[in-house]
Design a protein around this ligand. Structure first.
Ligand code: FES
Length: 195
């Protein structure tokens, strides 16, 4: 139960000393009952915004970086301008349109992931990589093994992101994201309580 029956008022508040916020720095802050990130663009402009990315919940204050006049999310590298608008999506042709992407390389590779919950907060995750090489071609083995190593590298790199991110219930998606909404709807059937 809240200790005070009134909300946080609108007004001017001291959140930091100007000299403590270097250009191109990001500072996590808990203020106004929210988790925020204070960052300064390279030209000196200051911005206080939500700490979690509107795309899929990446934490700007853990692995994010300031690039010029934008704040880059550590997860899929979307960049946001100081007015909070998306400025750049590295893999999208247009902003906020849905589409599918397929993975295809020189080698016919299959990537299968599976996870099992240990408890409500923790899962054990497996990645299975297989590739076709009926003629036992050494080059195909090298490519297949390089793919396997890359999957492992990317997964390990994402661990810090997964541990600090939130679930974004209403993600802002772009045309390169694939059918995230469809997938989430499909997954809902496995939960007894609403998600
Ligand atoms: S979660 Fe931020 S770019 Fe995807």
């Amino acid at each position: 139960m809240a200790r005070f029956p009134f909300p946080i008022p609108v007004g001017w508040f001291h959140v930091a000393f100007d000299a403590d916020i270097e250009p191109a720095s990001i500072h996590p802050m808990n203020l106004f009952g929210r988790e925020l990130a204070l960052w300064r663009a390279e030209d000196g402009e200051l911005c206080l915004q939500d700490r979690y990315c509107p795309h899929l919940g990446g934490n700007f204050a853990v692995g994010g970086q300031v690039v010029g006049q934008t704040l880059e999310c550590p997860f899929h590298k979307w960049r946001f301008a100081t007015d909070g608008q998306v400025a750049e999506i590295p893999y999208a042709k247009k902003l906020n349109r849905s589409a599918c992407v397929r993975y295809r390389t020189l080698v016919d590779v299959c990537l299968l992931t599976s996870s099992a919950p240990i408890d409500e907060e923790t899962v054990v995750q497996h990645f299975h990589v297989s590739y076709r090489n009926p003629e036992d071609d050494a080059r195909i083995h090298r490519i297949g093994q390089a793919f396997d190593a890359e999957v492992n590298r990317q997964f390990r790199e994402d661990i810090a992101i997964w541990e600090s991110k939130i679930y974004q219930p209403d993600p802002q998606l772009c045309d390169g994201d694939g059918p995230v909404g469809k997938y989430r709807n499909w997954a809902k059937q496995f939960y007894f309580e609403a998600v």
